[in-house]
Design a protein around this ligand. Structure first.
Ligand code: FAD
Length: 415
């Protein structure tokens, strides 16, 4: 029984590991000269491997159109946060959970974990074929025959054409951001030509643009907006943002991403309402300013002091003043409406939304119309906020595809 895996990111590597553990002969192909490049990049700022959260709660973090309602509970039950931590430990890398629940490997980086993982996979007998860019596939007898799939690759810098025969294939080609790591989304063209239904790849977990005034930029660029509440449509979240030259970046906007994209699609702009002082009511804020409010008093410096307003929030509020009364300033502080003109480009995003539609897949992550062809990882049409959910999602779908591809191969062998 032989299985081809195309794409050597976390989803493909995990699928390979699971299948090889079942005694299947696995060859893994990747376009790049080395594997797991985005996984390495993910470790630059601290590799958030998963989240210490119950499987039920974790499953609610994954969203996407047409997604079968119970698919994530079952995927996460197959491979949950505890399983991820045990897996890392089995590779010699202990993990720890921060107070936020985010789980990191000791040392925070991914290089050590990736090295240990790849040497374990080699020891399992998995064959790696790097510099192999997948370019197309045909079913060897010209029909959708389950027992013979021909995969075409362009090999090396000169793109030498090479074809291989396999009984089953798992594609784990990633999303469309950070193309230099290999996840360039180019596969979407090839899948579309096979009439496989796709949602367009869009930036998720990304910054959004706001044309700040020069004064806001001068006073606030690079500064954090801490402990704020944000609302877009009917969705609310709490967290942090950073003021950037182009607009805003940070966990709050990542969490609101799906709603913001929808608003932007409908209106050409996306409104977000920020509450810079979520722990106080308007009345409490007004009371803290006491009797101030005469025309001669500049309210903002007082508010900065008495409300402990950060410099970035103060700069944004100043650009929207002046404020004649404490009530006017308190209202703006609690309901600061900003219009986001668009997301940052896909290539900059931490992840992408869109990909292969769930309606194309059965629960084993095999394409309904292409028996023997499975998919895993970010290339499927789901998204999740940052915080460990992305890698957990890739490992869980890799686990499902790897196991079910083995079952498929066994069923073919018995047929
Ligand atoms: C800056 C940054 C920080 C991040 N931090 C975190 C984090 O802390 N926690 C977290 O959970 N997630 C994080 N992520 C997201 C996470 O890294 C991705 O979700 C994850 O790597 C996706 O895994 P994947 O296996 O689906 O695809 P990828 O890792 O993108 O791998 C896809 C592979 O397919 C190969 N490929 C593509 N096309 C072809 C082709 N035609 N032929 C052959 N091979 C091909 C590519 O070369 C690549 O190796 C971060 C991402 C970025 C960019």
């Amino acid at each position: 029984m032989n299985l081809a895996i195309v794409g050597g990111g976390p989803a493909g590597l995990r699928a390979a590991e699971v299948a090889a553990a079942e005694g299947v002969s696995v060859t893994l192909y990747d376009a790049k000269p080395s594997l797991g490049r985005k996984f390495l990049v993910a470790g630059y700022g601290g590799l958030n491997l998963t989240r210490a959260e119950s499987p039920d709660r974790m499953a609610t973090r994954y969203v996407g159109p047409e997604m079968p309602e119970d698919i994530w509970p079952s995927l996460i039950t197959d491979f949950d946060a505890a399983a991820t931590r045990a897996w890392a430990a089995s590779l010699g890398v202990e993990t720890f959970a921060a107070s936020s629940g985010r789980v990191y490997p000791m040392g925070l980086k991914s290089a050590h974990l990736l090295r240990a993982w790849l040497s374990h996979l080699r020891a399992q007998g998995i064959v790696f074929r790097t510099r192999h860019r997948w370019t197309g596939m045909t079913f060897s007898d010209g029909s959708r025959h389950p027992q013979g799939i021909r995969l075409d690759f362009a090999v090396g810098p000169e793109g030498r054409p090479v074809s291989v025969e396999t009984q089953a294939v798992i594609f784990a080609l990633g999303g469309g951001s950070w193309a230099k790591t290999g996840s360039d989304g180019e596969w979407t063209r090839r899948f579309a030509s096979m009439e496989i239904g796709l949602s367009p790849l869009e930036p998720a977990n990304c910054g959004w643009e706001i044309p700040w005034s020069d004064t806001v930029l001068k006073e606030a660029e690079g500064l954090p907006l801490k402990n704020l509440r944000a609302r877009a449509g009917t969705t609310e979240t709490v967290g942090e943002l950073v003021v950037t030259r182009y607009g805003l970046e940070g966990s709050v906007l990542y969490a609101l991403g799906p709603v913001l994209r929808e608003l932007h699609r409908a209106n050409g702009t996306a409104e977000v309402e920020l509450d810079f002082k979520p722990d106080f009511t308007v009345e409490q804020l007004v009371a803290k300013l006491g009797t101030l409010g005469k025309a001669t008093v500049d309210l903002l410096p007082e508010a900065r002091n008495r409300w402990r307003l950060g410099p970035a929030a103060a700069a944004i509020l100043a650009s929207r003043g002046p404020y004649a009364t404490p009530l006017a300033l308190a209202n703006e502080t609690k309901h600061c409406r900003l219009f986001l003109t668009g997301p940052r480009p896909l290539d900059e995003a931490i992840s992408s939304a869109g990909g292969i539609r769930w309606s194309e897949l059965n629960r084993t992550l095999m394409l309904r119309r292409f028996p023997g062809m499975f998919v895993a990882g970010e290339m499927i049409d789901w998204e999740a906020p940052t915080g460990g959910y992305l890698l957990q999602g890739c490992l869980a779908t890799g686990t499902r595809a790897g196991r079910r591809a083995v079952e498929w191969l066994r069923s073919c062998a018995q047929a």
